[in-house]
Design a protein. Structure first.
Length: 376
């Protein structure tokens, strides 16, 4: 995406940090693009008489743009000296820092800065940011594609960044954007094994707001939260005293208020001497979330919301019928009963009509006597 920010940084990156343009030497604090300018914060001065050239490599910088749908455009966001600009840019920079700190490329991450904001034609705000990574041997896998996918993964499919809601079609990294997949990544279901213990966990995420999309298990937002919670619970139990017993987990329901999560966790009871109980599962969850306050350094939890309920052990011969299946069965039985009732009414009606149409007769010595006839 071409804008004043991207033009500025492309020019800077191709002029050795605004130092040379062909045979010309540039003042590295002199570049402005449509009024946009990044001041030089500090200058490193080599010691007098030093003949050692500066061989430090330039860091990798990525232009990151996205749209926040719950940040209304305001004139004060256009002024870098306004309180709103300072608070929004500081919060966005912190959220991006937290995102990359928990990503697969955290070793080379340096800093993110929110540089400017612009209004969109739908009442939202577009953010222009720069994220910097170290340019060393461990940064060989850092490129615009990996940066894009790490942001996509840690924003629940480009839907939330901390308290901000994102337009999931608005993310660009150095002009790179991936089209929305036709199907969301599948969440692996737990393998059903004979004798596995099942526990239902309920807890509430308070730094996410429930939206209509979370009513649909096939929506990117639902799948994003479900995938994150599944991954985080797996990491939590794999670091706990139940790590050898733990099988898998799956999110089975999201409800409003803020976001209430119901997850089913499975454990192998045949490993270790200590039995796997609901109380042990509760204790390990509370320990791994800092007393039920933070899950995966991303989701803030209401610390009195945790419940753990033991379910029946898994049996391969037992078929679990979902709620909608039970409803269909009940409706089917009622429909059969109704049809039998209607059939009974129809048979009764036909018999009554047949009897009503027949004649009453009696026998006398001279033959049949019809009641409606007179004999003189």
């Amino acid at each position: 995406e071409v804008n004043k920010v991207t033009v500025y940084h492309v020019f800077r990156n191709n002029t050795k940090s605004i130092s040379t343009l062909g045979t010309y030497t540039l003042d590295n604090d002199s570049l402005y693009v449509n009024g946009y300018h990044v001041p030089i914060s500090s200058t490193t001065i080599s010691p007098i008489g030093s003949t050692i050239p500066n061989v430090q490599t330039n860091p990798f910088e990525f232009n990151v743009t996205f749209i926040i749908t719950n940040l209304p455009p305001a004139a004060s966001l256009q002024s870098s000296s306004s309180a709103l600009y300072k608070s929004a840019s500081k919060l966005i920079a912190y959220q991006l820092k937290n995102l990359f700190a928990h990503s697969n490329i955290n070793r080379t991450f340096s800093v993110c800065r929110a540089l400017s904001f612009s209004p969109t034609n739908v009442g939202s705000t577009k953010v222009y940011a720069i994220c910097t990574f170290q340019n060393d041997s461990s940064a060989k896998e850092v490129n615009k594609v990996t940066v894009y996918r790490q942001i996509q993964r840690h924003t629940e499919g480009i839907s939330t960044l901390g308290t901000y809601f994102l337009d999931n079609n608005s993310l660009y990294v150095n002009g790179h954007r991936e089209s929305e997949p036709t199907t969301s990544p599948a969440i692996s279901l737990p393998a059903v094994r004979d004798g596995d213990l099942s526990f239902e966990l309920n807890f509430t995420i308070i730094n996410r707001n429930f939206t209509e999309a979370l009513n649909n298990p096939n929506s990117p937002q639902y799948r994003g939260i479900a995938a994150n919670v599944t991954r985080m619970l797996t990491g939590l139990f794999k670091k706990s005293s139940l790590k050898n017993n733990y099988r898998n987990n799956r999110v089975i329901r999201l409800r409003s208020g803020s976001v209430e999560v119901t997850s089913r966790c499975y454990f192998n009871p045949n490993i270790g001497n200590e039995p796997v109980t609901a109380e042990r599962v509760r204790t390990e969850f509370a320990t791994g979330t800092s007393k039920t306050s933070l899950l995966g350094n991303v989701y803030m939890l209401r610390n009195d919301s945790l419940t753990v309920e033991a379910k029946e052990p898994i049996s391969p011969s037992k078929i679990e019928i979902p709620y909608w299946g039970i409803i269909l069965i009940v409706l089917g039985v009622l429909l059969v009963l109704l049809l039998l009732f209607l059939l009974g009414l129809l048979i009764a009606f036909c018999l009554k009509r047949k009897n009503h149409a027949s004649y009453d007769v009696m026998q006398n010595p001279s033959g049949f006597y019809f009641l409606h006839q007179k004999f003189y």
